[in-house]
Design a protein around this ligand. Structure first.
Ligand SMILES: Nc1ncnc2c1ncn2[C@@H]1O[C@H](COP(=O)(O)OP(=O)(O)OP(=O)(O)O)[C@@H](O)[C@H]1O
Ligand SMILES: [Mg+2]
Length: 385
């Protein structure tokens, strides 16, 4: 099977973007894994049921020359629900190019997606599957150097074996990554934007009483603020091409507010040492007392983080972009979390400085990197067989 994907190896989630029957598909899981000292017992639920829930119940065995620890893992949601030791990305340390986690989550999603596709077209599980993969992904600006990008490209460009435990079946996949491009986060945002449906501009058109389509932006000069979980990137882009040298990254984002909220929560109630940022996100959605407490503390933590991010966008506009862009784009999960604290002040700043703000709607905000790297991969590899 041949596959061409863009992968966002985020601090919060890992997301694949690829095309299937000309439709763009997105598959994601939280960036959490849990190493299993022994293989879990298989279950005998009906195969159809197991396949419908495959992506949220990923159990794999991975063997790869590019990771430090081969073996059995729970991936994503399945790892979060598990009581054992969980690993997520430590946002203060970074190291997406060297950590095992991005390789493990990415390849597990590739394996599961491919097996699922085979199951849906053939009506049965394959015994094994060979996958030829061409891919593009990105690391934060704060981590980016030619050398670090090459390190990750070389780690992906290998042959990896991922066995999926599916009910009482095991499917062995061998994933050969033939091509891999590692770019800087945020740099492919405009590719994602220009390939988006028109409703990505719904909010913009309403705010500015305009009637623009994404293609109307194809030769504009813009500053992009991708506010993530662990890092935020600021990139000046002309048309769809990032301007050489005009990008920077800061360790700011939702995860830093979450870490503070977890510290505050720990002062008030007894929570496990293993409590992850991803678990806090689950709590925030709960309609109970703990949910309310988590929301209050997150509110406090959010304010300080939002202020730091606003200042960073403003200095990026003045210094990185020399006050010479017509649009500032805001996206990434932080554009959702910090919207109330950020948007109005940024709009005021925009008015005084004669640019417009394209605040990407929540529906698209966290998928710009996976979609952007997918279109990059498609451009780079579409003529290559
Ligand atoms: N509706 C939402 N959907 C997804 N994430 C949301 C939403 N609202 C808030 N968030 C928060 O945004 C963050 C995820 O943002 P994003 O997907 O941009 O991060 P990431 O790309 O995984 O991280 P990074 O770019 O730092 O590596 C999470 O902390 C999440 O809680
Ligand atoms: Mg991100």
């Amino acid at each position: 099977m041949k596959l061409c994907v863009g992968i966002d190896i985020g601090n919060a989630k890992t997301e694949l973007a690829f095309e299937s029957e000309k439709q763009l598909q997105l598959v994601r899981q939280p960036s959490v894994i849990s190493y299993l000292p022994r293989t879990p017992e298989s279950n005998d639920l009906p195969l159809e049921h197991v396949m419908n829930n495959l992506i949220d119940n990923l159990i794999v065995n991975i063997s790869s020359p590019s990771i430090k620890r081969n073996g059995d893992y729970y991936i994503g949601k399945k790892a979060m629900q598990h009581d054992g030791i969980k690993t997520n990305m430590l946002i203060n340390l970074g190291g997406k190019s060297t950590h095992d986690l991005p390789i493990i989550t990415s390849l597990s999603l590739v394996a599961a997606t491919s097996v699922k596709k085979h199951y849906e077209t053939e009506g049965e599980l394959p015994e094994s599957l060979s996958i030829d993969l061409k891919m593009a992904t990105a690391i934060p600006s704060s981590e980016f150097s030619r050398q670090n990008a090459k390190t990750l490209e070389d780690r992906f460009k290998n042959k990896h074996i991922v066995t999926l435990y599916i009910g009482d079946h095991q499917v062995l996949t061998s994933i050969k990554v033939t091509d891999c491009k590692v770019t800087e986060e945020g740099k492919t945002s405009m590719l994602a934007f220009l390939n988006s449906d028109e409703d990505i501009l719904e909010d913009y058109n309403e705010i500015y009483s305009e009637n623009k389509k994404p293609s109307d932006f194809k030769s504009t000069r813009s500053l992009h603020s991708d506010i993530g979980d662990g890092t935020s990137e600021f990139v000046v882009i002309e048309g769809a091409s990032p301007v050489q040298g005009l990008s920077k990254g800061k360790r700011l984002g939702v995860g830093h507010a979450s870490d503070l909220a977890i510290r505050l929560l720990r002062e008030q109630i007894n929570i496990s040492d293993k409590f992850t940022r991803q678990q806090l996100q689950e709590w925030l959605k709960r309609d109970n007392e703990k949910g309310q407490l988590a929301r209050n503390l997150m509110g406090e933590a959010t304010l300080g983080q939002a202020q730091a991010i606003l200042e960073e966008i403003q200095t990026s506009f003045q210094e990185l972009a020399s006050s010479d862009v017509d649009y500032v784009f805001v996206h990434g999960g932080g554009s959702i979390t910090f919207k109330n604290e950020l948007q109005e002040e940024l709009m005021d700043f925009a008015k005084n400085n004669h640019f417009k703000v394209v605040w990407i709607p929540a529906k698209y905000a966290t998928t710009m990197n996976s979609r952007g790297t997918f279109y990059l991969a498609k451009m780079m590899y579409s003529n290559k067989k």
